[in-house]
Design a protein around this ligand. Structure first.
Ligand SMILES: [Zn+2]
Length: 182
């Protein structure tokens, strides 16, 4: 009996150790891309490879909505639906220089607020992945981040770019919403 009790005690200790490891892994993982959750600012990664231009914008939902929890009122539900509609149009977030002739090939937006079947924990984020195919990529001299348009909640966007002209990191603002590439 004593031996059994000992081993089950050890078992419980082992289980506790295992579940601790699992929960700290889950915490570290987050939603896959680590960035600080900050209001009024977001991060963007831009890459141009051949004709494919990719723009990923990630940040606090506060950049796009006046709330970050599951919607509670009809007005909040309406705001969330309106945002999901706006996110279908890449130009609402980013506009590549016209002469590069970039056409949107996909727009994917993810947020805990877009799947209300699960409880929303803490402040929600928004991740948007946009892909373009540019007929004339060498003419891609700039990208305007319309996500920084006047009156929007996003005030600052930290942009990291990688493409044929090299790499650069720039902080854009509502006063300077254009990423210059040439
Ligand atoms: Zn927040």
């Amino acid at each position: 009996m004593r031996v059994l009790a000992k081993s089950s005690c050890l078992g419980r200790l082992l289980l506790a150790a295992v579940s601790l490891t699992v929960s700290s892994l889950a915490l570290a993982d987050g939603h896959g891309h680590s960035h600080p959750h900050a209001h009024g600012q977001a991060n963007a990664e831009v890459s141009l490879q051949g004709k494919v231009l990719k723009v990923e914008i990630r940040g606090a939902m506060d950049n796009f909505l006046s709330f970050e929890h599951a919607p509670k009122t009809d007005a909040q539900h309406a705001q969330l639906t309106a945002l999901q509609d706006q996110l279908k149009d890449a130009a609402w977030l980013v506009v590549p220089a016209a002469q590069a002739q970039c056409k949107v090939t996909s727009v994917k937006a993810e947020s805990a607020l877009f799947d209300l079947s699960k409880p929303v924990k803490g402040h929600a984020d928004l991740d948007v992945d946009i892909a373009f195919e540019c007929a004339n990529p060498s003419a891609l001299t700039s990208l305007r981040f319309s996500s920084l348009d006047k009156g929007r909640r996003m005030k600052k966007l930290m942009v990291a770019y990688v493409g044929p002209s090299g790499q650069k990191a720039v902080t854009l603002t509502q006063a300077k919403p254009v990423l210059e590439l040439k």
